[in-house]
Write a protein that binds this ligand. Sequence first.
Ligand code: ASP
Ligand code: MG
Length: 420
Amino acid sequence: MKVFKFGGASVKSAETVRSIGTILRKYNEPLVVVISAMGKTTNALERVVHAQVNGDKTKARAELDQIKDFHMSIVEDLDSNADHGLITELNAVFTGLYTAVDEDPTGYYNRDYDQIVPWGEILSTLIVSSHLNSAGLTNEWVDIRQYLKTDSTFREGRVDWNLSTHLIQDRFRFHARELYITQGFIGSTVNNLTTTLGREGSDYTAAVIAYILDAESVTVWKDVPGVLNADPKWFDNTVKLDRISYMDAIELAYYGTSVIHPKTIQPLKNKGIKLYVRSFLDPDEPGTVIGNETYDKLIPSFIFKMDQVLIHIHPVDFSFIAEDHLEKIFRCVAGYGLKINLMQNSAVSFDICVNNDRSRIPGILEDLGKDFRVTCTNNLELVTIRYYDDATISRVLVNKDLLLTQRTKSTIQMVVRDKG
Ligand code: ASP
Ligand code: MG
């Protein structure tokens, strides 16, 4: 069997939903299809939570109205005589959501978030499943929350592999059915409280299911031709990578390539399950394959992180940076849940490069300021090049000042700033 995953862009309109049907028709074999929320619904639901938590029920309801209109218009476009059962189910979801936002916030933001945001995936899979059924692609809709079990770390649920393995193997049986439609990104605790696996977590869901069911491969269908060597937003003349090794995929994801979720590769690598990244707009193109690949020509990949901050930390007494300093620094940064994108120390200073996270950095600066002399440089970019050479480095340094460099044999990272 194979696992397919369709992301938000592939379910953002009736037209794209139809293209899922077109693709599935080409595969006469057992499939589990994992689907994300439609278009930008997850962001919209985050705004609902935000409004609700801030006590702005009017705003929360107005956001919900828009989400409802968006879904209903897709249903209408797909089939103006949409199945009555579907409309009833969708209405029931919205009734639940309107009731939820009318309640007062509990004070547990992450848990509240996980009770609202996951409905985007439920809505999209109900719609797609119903559409495929009426288009003759008989399928079964599965509520993955009952089978993919996590701990109760809301918004970052960690998969309970033992429990999920039993439940998922028991649920997806291919002699009974060839095609299952289910949700990415969501699961639930042993007490059946819904959890999410972290933003963009649907790829990971696909990998978890593939691992548990010993799938032959996972295919992530996207609106790009495959994994590119740079984000076209920041870079001209990108090229598609035809093949990537698991290790390179993990490295690229770690440095911030947005195409694959960092957690996704590991389970696939452990079982040697191939991951294809392909375009739902060009389903006959091969896309990119990630597996136990080797290659003779290494194509440089570029990863750009914008709006970076370099925090310089010095012991107040000009003493050397020692383990106890590092312990304090890491404890502080981890306590705020901020990820360090790059770090470097000299004898008397320690520099960390982080995203300009305005909700966390002021607190971190204040806390570190109790033990260290701390200064900050803003408006920076972090450029990572995997398989760099001199030409690629020169290319990204045009009109930039270089503040910090770190390199290994295969990867260079540079913190740069526009020449002023
Ligand atoms: N819908 C979720 C998100 O946008 C999960 C996903 O798309 O992978 O984060
Ligand atoms: Mg999404």
